[in-house]
Design a protein around this ligand. Structure first.
Ligand SMILES: [Zn+2]
Length: 164
């Protein structure tokens, strides 16, 4: 009998550690844990705070339809803020027309974003999110204009623009 159990344990322990690993990596792929306690909200709290569309982008790493955001054509001077926590993320001075259908920037405001690699389209992409609330914003690519050569491809629904 005890031999039976120890054999079972012998099989179970590696399976458990594999499951634990899968669960952990899934958690990393989900929206980032917030760094600021004030924005460490539950899913329900975020749902109350955001529109369903913004919740899908910011908290579930969704992507809005290309050319669907009015911010795509926004050309006024101003600041683009995180729709989740109002942190300033981009200045209009770094906005450019990438032709992709998403608001695009060649630089972010220093310290306002964090990045991680995701594999949602199999090929690795660099995801970025707000450094304060952890809300997903978009993906950054290395085919942008000078001086940085970066292209921050942002969801309009994850931003709030304030001209001025
Ligand atoms: Zn934020």
């Amino acid at each position: 009998m005890s031999q039976f159990f120890s054999r079972r344990l012998f099989i179970l322990i590696p399976i458990m550690s594999i499951l634990k690993f899968i669960f952990k990596s899934k958690k990393v792929l989900a929206s980032q844990e917030s760094f600021d306690k004030q924005y460490n909200l539950t899913d329900d709290e975020w749902k109350n705070k955001l529109s369903p569309e913004s919740y899908y982008i910011l908290r579930e790493e969704g992507t809005e339809r290309a050319f669907s955001s009015h911010l795509n054509n926004e050309k006024r001077k101003g600041i683009f803020y995180c729709a989740g926590c109002n942190q300033a993320l981009f200045s209009s001075e770094t906005k450019f027309d990438s032709g992709t259908g998403w608001p695009s920037f060649w630089d972010s405001i220093q310290g306002s974003i964090e990045t991680k690699v995701d594999f949602k389209l199999i090929v690795p992409r660099t995801e970025y999110h707000c450094s304060r609330c952890g809300g997903h914003q978009g993906h950054v690519f290395n085919d942008g204009p000078l001086p940085t050569g970066k292209r921050y491809c942002n969801n309009g629904l994850a931003l709030k623009f304030i001209p001025g």
